[in-house]
Design a protein around this ligand. Structure first.
Ligand code: HOZ
Length: 428
């Protein structure tokens, strides 16, 4: 579906002032051969573009908006706090309150440091892992995305997958030589690396449920075997739970599957829609961070009261609501119905879902790793995307991203989405 005239006007003007007219590549719609919509406002499950068109939103700001857009209680809390000052660059009780909520909820976190984005969180966790192990090499998995940290832009998912980029210019070879990227869900590949270099790996970083090559769940025992290998070799295991933390369970994947990483990276939901990131873990590791220890990391806006307030309200509401059961039920209903209709139509679609995050891959599947995900029919996905948009359904403009359900999505929204899906796949 073509963008409306006001979105087009804004995009043409933006192209002159910002690279590609955007501030993050996936939203450019390049992955679906289109031009981006400019959004004006959101309420509950809906967003409204500059041309006044309404959409049921399954992007949900890429995950943070678990209570939907412009939730009145979260806004109320933010408004109250913002009136007293937006940033002090000094300590506030809000940081303490959010820290307590995080430490109480995420099993492996005893101490936490707040930063401003997931990228900062993973970058800092890697630095800490290298410092405490006095080793240089790190392992990641193909198709996992941990933000745009130099040493992690190797076989990365999200925008890199969307645009088909294996790596980025500007990252010195010396740095990427220290990063090994292995196939997700392949424990033998990891074992081999540890066999050839048993004392050289500082950290293994992983999305314990991948969301940036589309959703890919870990195979049974994969995470526990990764955990065991890291323990045996004195390697720091970092779970990147930026997407999954407070999304698949209050305490993220580590709670859902009872696996304890050494360090955890968080973002998205803990900021309730405001910019935020965090990393945390065992006390003795976190005490290596400056000013307690020698590992340096800092930030003017880190722990700013506005992000903290939005996060506090969101996590408190999550604790009270029967969030995860409800979300799970709604998402399963939606994905089951979509799958049934695709099967009836004879269309190859594989649905990968963990809780309220899911991806419809345009292929037969199964999809266990990035190689599998890349077999999807991208032309078909692109047609589907534009068809859904025309029906008033806004999904990620990339085959390699997760869709998110929120507590604001109603039965009517879900039924409308199923009907739209049925109509659109018939026309593919
Ligand atoms: N990397 C984000 C999703 N995994 C996309 C961010 C954006 O384009 O806004």
């Amino acid at each position: 579906m073509a963008a409306g005239s006001l979105s087009k006007e804004l995009f043409n003007a933006s192209l002159k002032l910002m690279p590609g007219g955007v501030n993050s590549p996936v939203r450019s719609f390049l992955g679906v051969d289109g031009e981006p919509l400019f959004m004006e406002r959101g309420k509950g499950s809906k967003i409204y573009d500059a041309d006044g068109r309404e959409y049921i939103d399954y992007v949900m700001s890429w995950g943070p908006l678990i209570f939907g857009h412009a939730n009145a209680e979260i806004l109320g809390k933010v408004q109250k706090v913002i009136e007293r000052g937006m940033s002090f660059g000094a300590c506030t009780g809000f940081e303490l309150e959010l820290a307590k909520l995080v430490v109480d909820s995420v099993p492996s976190i005893e101490m936490v440091r707040f930063v401003n984005s997931g990228t900062e969180a993973t970058m800092s966790a890697i630095r800490l892992a290298r410092a405490v192990t006095d080793r240089k090499k790190i392992i990641k998995f193909d198709g996992c995305y941990h933000g745009h940290v130099d040493s992690l832009l190797v076989q990365a998912g999200s925008g890199m997958a969307t645009l088909g980029l294996p790596s980025s210019p500007g990252v010195p070879e010396e740095l990427t030589a220290l990063t090994l990227s292995l196939p997700y869900n392949n424990i033998e590949a990891l074992k081999k690396v540890f066999e050839s270099d048993p004392r050289g790996i500082a950290a293994v970083i992983i999305e314990p449920v991948a969301g940036n090559m589309g959703v890919v769940a870990p195979k049974e025992n994969f995470l526990s075997e990764v955990r065991d290998l890291c323990t045996t070799h004195g390697t720091i295991l970092i779970f990147d739970e930026v997407m999954t933390g407070f999304r698949v369970a209050m305490g993220g994947v580590q709670e859902k599957y009872s696996i304890s990483p050494d360090l955890t990276c968080l973002g998205k939901i803990i900021g309730g829609g405001m910019p935020v990131g965090a990393y945390g873990g065992r006390k003795e590791l976190m005490e290596e961070i400056s000013p307690c220890g020698p590992v340096y990391q800092a930030g003017t806006l880190s722990g700013n009261p506005v992000s903290m307030a939005a996060g506090i309200k969101t996590l408190k509401m999550l604790r009270e609501a029967e969030t995860f059961g409800k979300l799970d039920y709604r998402t399963q209903y939606l994905t089951d119905e979509m799958k049934k209709r695709s099967d009836k139509q004879g269309l190859d679609i594989a649905v990968n879902r963990v809780g309220s995050m899911f991806t419809l891959f345009f292929q037969k599947g199964p999809i266990f790793n990035y190689e599998d995900a890349k077999k999807s029919n991208l032309k078909q996905f692109s047609k589907y995307f534009h068809g859904m948009l025309a029906e008033g359904i806004y999904i990620p403009p990339s085959q390699f991203e997760a869709w998110f359900m929120s507590l604001a999505h109603s039965e009517q929204d879900i039924d409308k989405t199923i009907k739209a899906h049925e109509k659109v796949i018939k026309a593919l």
